[in-house]
Design a protein around this ligand. Structure first.
Ligand SMILES: [Zn+2]
Length: 86
């Protein structure tokens, strides 16, 4: 069993290499998480913040909430909605 330095989970699969440099071996779940870029889009008109994910060439809207971008809200509402367009 190997321990992941990021989430502390033990895993048996092949490790992923952290993109944050220095060849740190992390678990496959964290590897997937690092490959995804998360950012927010704010619509002033509707006072809505959309949570976006960039995965290679695919951009997905993975959630939204009312109000201006807020780190805490992004974390809570992320993954509550799935729509993909390429
Ligand atoms: Zn991990």
């Amino acid at each position: 069993m190997k321990g992941c330095p990021v989430c502390g989970m033990e895993y048996e699969d092949y490790p992923a290499l952290s993109r944050k440099g220095n060849c740190t071996k992390i678990c496959p779940d964290c590897g997937t998480r690092e490959a995804v870029k998360v950012y927010t889009l704010y619509s002033q008109e509707g006072d809505i913040t959309f949570i976006m994910e960039d995965k290679k060439n695919i951009t997905s809207v993975v959630g939204f909430y009312f109000g201006e971008p807020d780190e805490e809200a992004t974390r809570i509402f992320r993954g509550k909605l799935t729509a993909e367009f390429e």
